[in-house]
Design a protein around this ligand. Structure first.
Ligand SMILES: *Cc1c(COP(=O)(O)O)cnc(C)c1O
Length: 362
């Protein structure tokens, strides 16, 4: 037996399940009013099983994730639900996908054929939702090619065409509107008419579709949304303000001060590039009280850290250090003290992914 090391306490992320549940319950209720079903998206938490359980307890019908490993993690932990892989499957993972996920989002005929073959091999039927690109230019079938791909998909006997979906506001920043989502509903109607089939799901996007829903402008026929960020962090991804009636303090990141000194705000000497090869910029504010935290850009996005103490400013960071200006902090701090933050989406994604950050369920 090797030596047992003590488990490190910091940095850590607190996952406040009661607060997540409040967000999820509110979004489920809002969507119900318009006949829309919510599938929870757990990818920002790397498929954390307690998070998934909380969403299901709150009335969410199914769980979606972008990584098959995350779906495996939740299944292994005993979270039993209908799972959808929301990143287009790799052909090389097709066999794992049909075994672990009930459904996947798709845009490539070659991938669909690989899934069909894998489903046959494992004697199962795999559900697929075909993604349509309405202009955001991430994944999706071009509308003019849709009819042909639907026709080919219907010939694949081990797949079941569950519906159509779209993804917006991800790459091109294209916002969901009555027009583009209306186009998805129209396409679904043409598919149903041409092939004499019934599509169960018309998936109208991600968190960025919720403002449209809340205004009562979601085109009739959109009956499902895939929601992560609004539930996880309470962010309106369209206005970049808090989403009404949701909480933003669902995840709290805590890191420890390892150095605290008064230093000039402007570096001294000839200035080259920073640790990541970028030219740094400094405003000269004179001598400031600066803290260094034992966490870095390997674990967080510096610009996504929002200190709970409103007087603290995040100045920047390098791989293993985050630098704070505490000059105007409301609290008083010493070396060894813990600083608390709420987090932005990218910051949470990094922190949940980092093996150096403890995850503590509250
Ligand atoms: C990440 C993702 C979602 C969820 O997006 P949020 O903005 O977190 O709600 C939905 N659909 C797909 C395809 C995704 O990749």
């Amino acid at each position: 037996m090797g030596k047992e090391w003590l488990r490190l306490k910091y940095p850590l992320v607190e996952i406040h399940l009661d607060r997540l549940r409040e967000n999820a319950e509110y979004i489920v209720k809002l969507a119900q009013k318009y006949g829309v079903q919510i599938w929870g998206v757990t990818k920002v938490t790397c498929g954390h099983p307690d998070v998934a359980r909380t969403l299901l307890d709150a009335g969410i019908k199914a769980i979606s994730d972008s990584r098959i490993e995350n779906i495996q993690r939740m299944r292994k932990a005993g979270v039993d639900t209908y799972y959808t892989l929301i990143r287009i499957p790799m052909i090389s993972e097709a066999e794992t996908v049909v075994q672990c996920a009930n459904c996947s989002l798709n845009s490539e005929l070659d991938v669909l054929k690989a899934l069909n073959e894998a489903a046959g091999k494992y004697n199962t039927v795999h559900d697929v939702i075909l993604m349509v690109d309405l202009g955001d230019l991430r994944e999706g079938i071009w509308p003019s090619d849709l009819m042909d791909i639907v026709g080919e998909t219907l010939k694949l006997n081990n797949l079941r065409l569950k519906g159509l979906g779209t993804n917006l506001t991800c790459w091109g920043g294209v916002l969901p509107t009555e027009e583009n989502l209306g186009q998805l509903v129209e396409l679904a109607k043409s598919v149903e008419d041409q092939y004499q089939i019934q599509l169960e799901i018309i998936s109208g996007g991600n968190s960025s579709s919720l403002p449209l829903l809340r205004e009562g402008k979601m085109p009739h026929g959109i009956n499902q949304l895939r929601i992560g960020e609004v539930i996880m962090l309470g962010n309106d991804t369209v206005s970049h303000k808090p989403f009404p009636n949701t909480r933003q303090d669902t995840f709290i990141l805590k890191a420890e001060i390892i150095e605290l000194k008064e230093k000039p705000s402007h570096p001294i000497g000839k200035i080259g590039l920073d640790a990541f090869g970028k030219p740094p910029f400094f405003e000269d504010k004179g001598i400031r009280l600066r803290a260094i935290l034992g966490i870095g850009k390997q674990d967080v996005a510096a610009d996504g850290l929002k200190p709970l103490d409103p007087g603290i400013e995040v100045v920047g960071g390098s791989s293993d250090h985050i630098i704070l200006d505490l000059t105007e902090a409301e609290g008083s701090y010493k070396v060894g003290d813990i600083v608390d933050f709420t987090v932005g989406y990218e910051c949470l994604l990094k922190a949940m992914t980092s093996p150096y950050v403890e995850k503590v369920v509250v």
